[in-house]
Write a protein that binds this ligand. Sequence first.
Ligand code: SF4
Length: 912
Amino acid sequence: MYLDSRRSFLKGAAFTVAGAAIAKGVFTTDAVAGSISESKFTNTPDSLSFYPPLDQWEDFKELDGADWKRGGIGRHGVESEDNPDGIKVNDFMIVPTACSNCEASCGLTAWVDKKTFTVKKYMGNPLHPGSRGRNCAKGYATQSQMYDPDRLAFPIKRAPGSKRGEGKWVRTTWDEAMSTIGKKMNDTLKTGDELSRKSIMFHVGRPNENGFTGNVWRTFKQDCFNSHTNICSSGGRTPTIQWVNDDRTSPDWANAKLVFLNSSHAADAGHYFQQSAGFIADARKKGAKLVVMDPRLSNSAGIADLWIAAWPGTEPAIYLHLVNRILNEDKVDKKFVKKWFNWEVMMNNQKYLQFMVDKGYISKVPKDRSFDSYLNMLKELYSPYTLDFTVKETHVPAYKLEELYDMFIWAGDAISSYFWRAAAAGNRGGWMSGRTGYLAIALRGAIGTVGGTFFHHWHVISVAGKGGSATVGQGKRGKDIPKVGVWNELSWPPEWPLSTYEMSFLLPHLLTDVEWQEKWKKRGLNVPQKLSVWIPRMYNPVWINPDGFRWLEVLKDEKKMELTFNLSPVWSETNWHVDYVLPVGLAGERHDQHSEATMPARWTSFRQPVMRVALEKSGWKASNPNRATLEAHIKAGLGEVWEENEFWFEMGFRYVDPDGSLGIRKMWESKRHPGRAVTIPEWYDAAFGDNLPNLKKTATTDTRYRNAEYPVYEYMRDHGAWMEENNIYHAQEREIKEDEHSLVSHGHRYDKHHVEIDKTTGVITAEAHGDAWKYKDGKKPIGIEVDGKKMEGFASLDKKMDFFSEWMADEWKWPEYAIPFYPRNEKEKEEMVHIVSHVNHKYMKEENSYALNTVFRLPYNIHTRSANSKHLMEISQNHDPVWINTDDAKRQGFKRGDAIRVRIVDSVSGLE
Ligand code: SF4
């Protein structure tokens, strides 16, 4: 059917120029290819969802888009020796990868022109379960990032004799940089003391790596992993950690009846938004209602069935108003709540019940410990969140709150929501937004249901760091990597024991705060006063952190940061002040396994260097298999741009521990080819194969791969995405498998002799090893018995949804924040200052003072990694600098286009 060579292809083209297909504006290669979808030429496909079939990806011919404008082949024919003015035909190899311009990891495909070996365009990957062939503008902009004329094309280092920040650079080689850095790391690590294991610091930046570098640093025995998470999303993660010890929400947008967006974030401004928007559109086609809670009239809010603009930070009052009505109007899904709330834990904690009485939350301790008494207690607890109270506190009109409640009840247990940034991250105490919001959703039983809301660890694959069986030293899934066993106070300062993630933004302050260092040294802690190596991987704190100048001071101080290097594809303000800038690639120039919770399924994408894949498929071979990506990029004219996987494999094996005396070398030594570092195919074949049984079975039985040296790797190389498991609902109810001698929970087998079941709570525990999270008796919780059935339960200590966070109340001594709550009066606002937003109206007494929100924007510069895309810069810069409600504008006398002056006052400190 399809033509084998360019020559016969051109002949075929000439034959059918006059054929029927021309009438459709599409050229087909033979008479039987009657429909456009079967055509090799896709300039005017009859459907936007058209995509070349997988078996044509290595050789797909498409009419050149620019030439098509000249009138098409109907007028000009196809370009050939005999017809040089004909329409050009591109000969593509389509290579899958994954976008790296935000955390969604949508599938991409690079369309590599086989004649020039350049990527002509990036399109979606239709095999990706979450993005389904679609991308946002940032995804397609990958091509402009790849060929950015200003990108860094080779490693550079600070010119000898110059100072950091002077801007004097010299070109260097990867080998020189790695030798210098490796020696410095070796000198640090070989002292072997505690301090040495806190003196190298790595800031992960983005894109995600699903555990890869975390694994690198474990093998280097360093507690050095740092991230920006505490700035951007801890407030969104804390609620799920308190509820179920899970990291974040996982909504089933596509099947929801009520899509309940807490901010525009999920659908048009941030996390996973492209995939979420697609699923939300699917749900709306089926009749779902869309509610957007956002002070800004965002794109999502503009098309919502209901837009709720609460005063920033007061959102918890709305959720608790819903809770009040759900409880007192008998709309609770009692079956779910009785089965999955940790109500017994709370009713057994008399001390806490008395605390609630003392605080005036409830009038008396419940008469007994029954479920009915529990529900009655909740009714009383939340009855103060009346309509009047909520309208006054949130400034949302009553009719909107009524409408929201009606929608909530109408949707039953198909309410899909996502709590992340916006209210959660933008306000002091914003974490209470998710804590209260989940309560309203869970009371309706919309947890883990079709169209409901769930938690991410059921839906995410994280195996990038688990290729250990391909190495001499790590063991399967890294089981032989020794424990690090130190605590780095620079990323986890003792003053913030409840910080959900590393306090990376404090680093320059802690490094220079001698008083702070001395305080903890006197108490016996070994606090580092300097770093021997600091690695801000794709991270630019000088620009994105509010105290960038403080970072500059420390960056320039060679006594505080002795050696610094950035693994960075682009120039940045931070790069300007480091010792080495080592260029690594973006979406189409690096390997990563990447998965996110965008649907009730476990999918992963495989990000890979597309030119390397294209070259290898064309018969090219790297001279050094450990540097194949670097060599491929040089060959393809991208410069000496490398990737981090191969970089760290080599660092661990060859440079940090050259003689193996630190025990690191063997961790990265290839098991199959001892004497050299592990390679990409070896590592990912193990990482995918050891952890994803369905993928392994598919790859190793597929006739195309089963005889391949690395079948699982090669399967992923060719597909770019995989769905391990679909339709994952009610996962907490998964039964624990049992035989005569053992129980199997979450894939782990436990000897029955060491398993116990708590008679009151039903929690099933087993012997804990290492640093496992332990239940009351020091054992590890592995499941729960409910109504005689042993199930895996949630990931919390008591395996249920923790309405009552006992560890927060009893161990950490924050009882007032151990349940979902919002201050009901001025006195409580004074007492519970940690959960009153810094922009609460109580702080805004000055006439004409407003809470200033950042405006909606296309997040073109997420984590600065897309900073080199001029295309994105241009399309994102046409927003008005200030949006204001038209009523407010009228009152102030502002007209569109006026210049206005904004005076910004920190409502807590009073600083202007
Ligand atoms: S949503 Fe994110 S991952 Fe998807 S295409 Fe856009 S930038 Fe890339």
